[in-house]
Design a protein around this ligand. Structure first.
Ligand code: HEM
Length: 430
């Protein structure tokens, strides 16, 4: 029957996953089969289906979203994050998302700008020392520390400072000190949950409410039942925010600085833009659609941290004119979508002009998905943009960063798209 024709694809069986081997295969399949390709599975219950067409992606993420749940690859994440928002699904996800949405309201994020400013000022002071001594910085490490500290302070505020005081150092530094995301790491990371449980217990006992994300999560109530989140959910959501909010932003900034160091004309325009807009006072909203934002969007286009994500079809569907049987594992690859000839000219060129409002508005809304789209859109996107714009504006006003190294950094395609090795930069005062 014509309507049951399956999408074309190779004979060879393969379990696609967010790892380095999958990207060359995905590139090859796209060359051979175009925008939709069925990949027979090796060991999973159902075949995979890779989709690159923006309309098909819109159908999966938005218009027919009830037919799709989170897909393969989440087992690894579940070990780390329990049943937090990224992993959760169905009614339980919906309830948690509803309760957490207000926590990421722009007004709340604005409240964190003085924290973001303070931690960036500390970083600038440290980097000024490096500039004076002519000593390069380990940029990757510095940005990882910055993003982690912003997240931990936003979540736990004074309790986080108390923890550092009690332990002599932050036990969460594990996240920046270890780059592998394997099972031994997961075990150590889960051991950190006791600190979070202790903070929750102390706040309950002292009936203490802080101006931070943890207190907002503790105060959130389900609008139907009036119930608060159980401790288990508070814990899983806190751990989720730490992981989801740390590596993604750090990696984007890491790539952004590298790209700027290779494109003096963009760097010069950025300098002009940040000179014109001194960092806004902490209470003021950050300008939208600024050149700073365009630079960040272009870095997110070229190196989207969430470079491959998945869904699973609950019932039969149709995509690209082909039959999609229930159970099919769908793969969406922002890395390839962001280079797709249908939407992008000269895709390997770093050109923030692509994001001037007129150009962005003319593009298919599902051609640029660094934060995904639809109801499972990244809940922290505005937080991330505020944090990254603040960092880039404040630092670019003071310094230029010059890449130290002869070879361009290699990309590592794991759960996140990071540089394979740490990037080192010379800091030059402007
Ligand atoms: C540049 C920075 C970031 C990028 C590129 C990014 C990207 C993404 C993507 C692609 C997804 C969807 C994954 C999927 O559907 O499978 C997602 C979900 C999520 N992100 Fe982000 N993210 C960033 C920053 C943040 C920050 C700062 C936070 C927290 C403060 C955060 C928290 C989350 C959470 C909780 C989800 C799950 C949402 C849900 O399923 O309802 N992210 N992010």
């Amino acid at each position: 029957m014509v309507h049951e024709v399956l999408a074309p694809g190779p004979q060879q069986r393969y379990d696609l996953d967010a790892n380095d081997e999958s990207l060359p295969l995905l590139q090859d399949l796209m060359r051979r089969y175009g925008d939709i390709c069925r990949v027979p599975t090796q060991s999973r219950p159902h075949d995979g289906l890779v989709i690159h067409d923006a309309d098909d992606i819109r159908r999966v993420l938005l218009t027919n979203r009830d037919n799709y749940v989170k897909g393969v690859g989440l087992e690894r994440v579940r070990v780390l994050l329990g049943n937090g928002l990224i992993v959760n699904d169905g009614e339980s996800w919906s309830r948690q998302r509803r309760m957490m949405q207000p926590v990421f309201h722009s007004q709340v994020i604005r409240g964190f700008s003085s924290l973001m400013r303070r931690l960036n000022l500390e970083l600038i002071e440290r980097w000024a020392g490096h500039a004076a001594r002519g000593e390069p910085i380990n940029l990757t490490r510095e940005l990882s520390d910055l993003a982690l500290n912003i997240m931990l302070h936003a979540l736990f505020s004074a309790d986080f400072d108390r923890l550092i005081e009690a332990e002599g150092t932050s036990p969460f530094d594990l996240l920046t000190l270890e780059s592998r995301r394997d099972l031994p790491f997961a075990a150590k990371f889960r051991a950190l949950t006791r600190h979070v449980l202790a903070m929750i217990a102390a706040r309950r006992k002292e009936q203490r409410i802080e101006m931070d994300l943890l207190s907002m999560l503790m105060e959130a109530r389900d609008k139907d039942s009036g119930e608060a989140m159980p401790d288990r959910a508070l814990l899983d959501e806190s751990m989720t925010l730490i992981v989801a909010g740390h590596e993604t932003t750090a990696s984007t900034l890491n790539w952004t600085w590298y790209l700027l160091s290779q494109h003096p004309e963009v760097e010069a325009r950025l300098h002009e833009a940040v000179a014109a807009t001194a960092p806004p006072p902490a209470e003021e909203p950050l300008a939208e659609n600024s050149y700073v934002e365009q630079v960040l969007h272009e870095a997110l286009r070229m190196y989207p941290p969430g470079w491959l994500f998945t869904r699973r079809a609950l019932g039969d569907d149709r995509l690209g004119g082909y039959h999609v049987p229930a159970g099919t594992d769908i793969f969406i690859c922002p890395y390839l979508l962001h280079r797709h000839a249908a939407h992008w000219d000269r895709p390997e060129e770093f050109d923030p002009e692509r994001f001037v409002p007129a150009a962005a508005d003319a593009r298919h809304r599902f051609a640029f998905l660094p934060f995904s789209a639809g109801p499972r859109y990244c809940i922290g996107a505005a937080f991330a943009m505020a944090e990254m714009t603040m960092h880039l504006s404040m630092v670019a006003q003071r310094f230029r960063l010059q890449y130290v190294g002869n070879e361009p950094p290699q990309a590592e395609f794991q759960i996140n798209l990071r540089t394979r090795r740490d990037v080192h930069m010379r800091v030059v005062a402007r």
